[in-house]
Write a protein that binds this ligand. Structure first.
Ligand code: PLP
Length: 389
């Protein structure tokens, strides 16, 4: 059975440009140099890392020296929050819908968590109320990993500038990078987290952009050989970094076309599900935000009240549809999503949440298959109404 992959927000397939760029650094006879060394092969590896650094900088709109390669989005987020608080002790603030890679470090630092509205957008009044000169870092993601809802990073930065001018603004752009122009959308943030496997690169590599304008440079979490200009020690993952740069360059070049093509597919998918399944609710779409303009193009998130998401995922998996319940890391956990809870979605509705996320290589056939399989699976799981047979 051919699989239908609708879990791109968890991890999207490698772009061919990334695979091709990586191969010499994995298999080539001369691809094994350690970029920290000084001989010819080491210098070649260092050049490859620096070329990828240029590609990342170009896509994000920063200087190459502001790119700190990490092992992925989780490390970038931890470095941003824990590293900033370590360098300058103070209060960390984040929105209630952050990925746990931000939320947990903020909670560990005894920080403040700011509510979001029913659309899943950070409440700017509540944010203003949480800001004062004791705040060291404010972290609000560029786009949410469950709902795809885009956050007002520029307005967040404005609020920080006026109420906590010494604080660092961080945005987790892991889910936004495939869909939004980061050079514009992430520009107001001092620190920006990225992850390669969400944009067509390999797993296990990412970056934290640390702009020179940041009032605080995060203290390194990993100590050792002093790589990445003492900001993140550890031998560079040369092949991974090369694949990351190539994926980001290719994705950025194709981004506008991909987003409009995939947005059309996504709308057909959501509208089809809402029409086919009575009572289905689209997360983040309310009376004040009836369209999907505030979501990234690949995000389809629907709740089916009365259905258990894990049971639904099991049936979909049997039919070859790969999806997830909430964020992929939370999938399988008994607790409903903290994101939906923060948006005020009742527990019994959130328990039936399904995330079908599209990506750069999604096709109309993927949507057709989901529209065939999902409504039928929901119907199998829903209790038969009284008087029904
Ligand atoms: N931040 C967001 C918004 C994510 O969606 C994810 C992964 O799901 C991460 C951070 C963690 O990234 P990584 O898988 O590279 O550690």
């Amino acid at each position: 059975m051919a699989l239908t992959y609708l879990d791109h927000a968890a991890s999207t397939p490698m772009r061919p440009e990334a695979t091709e760029a990586m191969l010499p650094w994995l298999t080539g006879p001369e691809g094994h140099g350690n970029p920290s060394g000084s001989h010819a092969l080491a210098r070649r590896a260092r050049r490859a890392v620096d070329d990828a650094r240029d590609q990342v900088a170009e896509a994000v709109g920063c200087r190459p020296g502001e790119v700190v390669f990490t092992s992925g989005g989780t490390e970038a987020d931890n470095l941003a929050v824990a590293g900033t608080v370590a360098r300058r002790p103070g209060v960390a603030v984040c929105s209630a819908i952050e990925h746990h890679a931000v939320l947990h470090p903020v909670e560990r630092a005894g920080g403040r968590v700011v509510r979001v509205d029913a659309r899943g957008i950070v409440d700017l009044d509540a944010l203003a109320g949480a800001l004062d000169p004791s705040v060291t870092i404010v972290s609000v993601m560029a786009a949410n990993n469950e709902t795809g809802v885009v956050q007002p990073v520029a307005a967040v930065a404005d609020a920080v500038r006026s109420r906590a001018p010494q604080a660092v603004v961080h945005t987790d752009a892991v889910q936004a990078a495939a869909w939004l122009d980061l050079a514009q959308h992430a520009a107001p943030a001092h620190l920006v987290s990225l992850s390669a496997h969400k944009l067509g690169g390999p797993k296990g590599v990412g970056a934290l952009i640390v702009r020179d304008s940041s009032p605080v440079a995060p203290a390194p979490l990993l100590l050792g050989g002093g790589q990445e200009r003492d900001r993140r020690s550890g031998t560079s993952n040369v092949a991974g970094i090369v694949g990351f740069g190539a994926a980001l360059a290719a994705g950025t070049a194709a981004r506008a076309g991909t987003a409009s093509r995939v947005g059309v597919l996504r709308d057909r998918l959501v509208d089809g599900l809402l029409a086919a399944v009575p009572g289905a609710i689209e997360a983040g779409v309310t009376d004040v935000a009836p369209d999907r303009a505030h979501k990234v193009a690949g995000a389809c998130h629907v709740c089916f009240p009365g259905v258990d998401a894990e049971e639904l995922l099991f049936l979909l998996d049997q039919d070859g549809v790969c999806a997830s319940a909430a964020s992929s890391c939370a999938s399988g956990a008994a607790e409903p999503s903290h994101v939906l809870a923060a948006m005020g979605v009742p527990r019994e509705v959130a328990a039936g949440s399904l995330r079908l996320s599209l990506g750069w290589c999604s096709t109309g056939a993927d949507v057709d298959r989901a529209l065939e399989v999902v409504p039928a699976a929901v119907a199998r799981l829903r209790p038969v109404p009284a008087g029904g047979s």
